[in-house]
Write a protein that binds this ligand. Sequence first.
Ligand code: HEM
Ligand code: SF4
Length: 551
Amino acid sequence: MYKYDAIDQQIVNDRARQYRGQTERYLNGELSDPEFLPLRLQNGLYVQRFAPMLRIAVPYGMLSSQQLRKLSDISRRFDKGYAHVSTRQNIQLNWPALESVPDILEELASVQMHAIQTSGSCIRSVTSDHFAGVAADELEDPRPWCEIIRQWSTLHPEFAYLPRKFKIAVNGAAEDRAAVGVHDIGLTLVKNSAGETGFQVQVGGGLGRTPIIGSPIRDYLPWQHLLTYLEAILRVYNRYGRRDNKYKARIKILVKALSPETFAEKVEQEWEHLKEGPATLTEAEVERVSAFFTPPAYERNLADNSLQEQLAQAPEFARWHERNVMEHKIAGYAAVTVSLKATAQAPGDISAEQMDSLADLADRYSFGELRTTHMQNMVLADVRQDQLFELWQALAEVELASPNIGTLNDIICCPGGDFCSLANAKSIPVAEAIQRRFSSMERLYDIGDVSLNFSGCMNACGHHHVGNIGLLGVDKKGEEFYQIQLGGSANQDTALAKIIGRAFSREEIPDVIEKLIDLYLEQREPNERFIDTFNRIGIEPFKERAYAKAD
Ligand code: HEM
Ligand code: SF4
């Protein structure tokens, strides 16, 4: 993974020092609330319902065991002993005191971490595939490109005050595990007929109040031009994006207003000035950055039959292996998803003890590295197959072995009304009620792959628009209700879910979800996933079932 050089380190050290001064001046009354606001936002600090929320950047989800240990330490000393993995692969702390944030930033800087550009109207932390570099279906590792974008966008003076926040995702595999379609810019690595690397470029995707899937504006951008082309897109956005209305300020609104074709033309015109300019990438630069992502020292020719035996002998291990273990491109290895979705634990939360244990397991079994996922789980990406059984046992000891990845209980869920001042309704207890309803593992496996995404308000932090089943908290005259949407997808077949009808009360939700699932089970054809059945039979039968009166 990328290691800071002296310049990177100085940037984060300076920033932590600067923010200490800013906080002191605010607390002394020398800075007013409106003066302090942009300063704290530039350092990832939101003011929330009960306490501030600090968002810590985890660029493209990569974490070292040392960083995870530090996060654990910070969560113990400055928070309530846990952290939250967000849908943009970042880590959020829900209870830090405003006065202690400078200390937290200093601690973070000591392990090459920070909160720069994790909020505010700037280019946010770049996201990617959590199996980058190890996935068998990968065309090329997206991480060096993410890192190049990170270095270019961090404190980029021209893009520090965009009309709104700006999110970029890069995917390098056949399957889209980075949700590129719902990002301001979605980049997909492709090869041309000569086998040269380039990018397919999508712009104007995003969720929130106006969910839109990004439009492709270029099928093949040669890699040398990655930064100059991004610069062109951002310049067009910076110039024409609306600043008069926050709700119409995202690039998606501009692309829609102009049409993707006109937007693309403007980008091409702008690019004329920038193409071949100083930001043009060279082979030497790409090699410099790629050197940080060379494969770890894999052992070759691992001859071992123990896995098959263990799978046959331990059904619970076999279940976990089936759901949480993914194929690896190196023979003898596997990628493991560590579920942060145990029932009765807020989705995406991880305790300090679990962080410490997971850091140790990463050292022991996965070259000291981990990743966070946009589904709010974690990944140990390079585990020897003959050590999976041991790892599984160790994970089970710290309640990190829930075998539910990709199932209905692997719920993506924002913090909702329990923490967030923008929420219309609570989400965490409702997610738990659904998990309890589907507590039978046999039933959960029979249902198979289905994504349930949940947001407490239309800001869509929980990505409800792209869930096969989406839940949205709504306020009806001061009461909490939940709207259900169906048919969304965040993969290569990105689709926005459709609302089925009037919202339900909290008590009704588990029943309604069950009815929808039952209908799917009745209607499905062999090997059909929930989303396939939905796409084949349409929304009407689901609507009818959801609102049918009990006999
Ligand atoms: C608790 C404090 C939080 C606040 C105040 C907050 C605020 C917001 C706001 C205002 C938006 C809407 C932006 C827009 O106009 O499109 C948004 C969207 C979003 N937030 Fe949060 N959020 C919070 C927590 C979270 C958490 C916990 C997560 C991750 C689980 C998260 C991840 C996201 C994501 C992924 C979006 C998607 C928007 C898009 O793609 O367009 N946020 N958030
Ligand atoms: S979706 Fe709404 S309720 Fe949930 S975290 Fe985001 S802003 Fe808060």
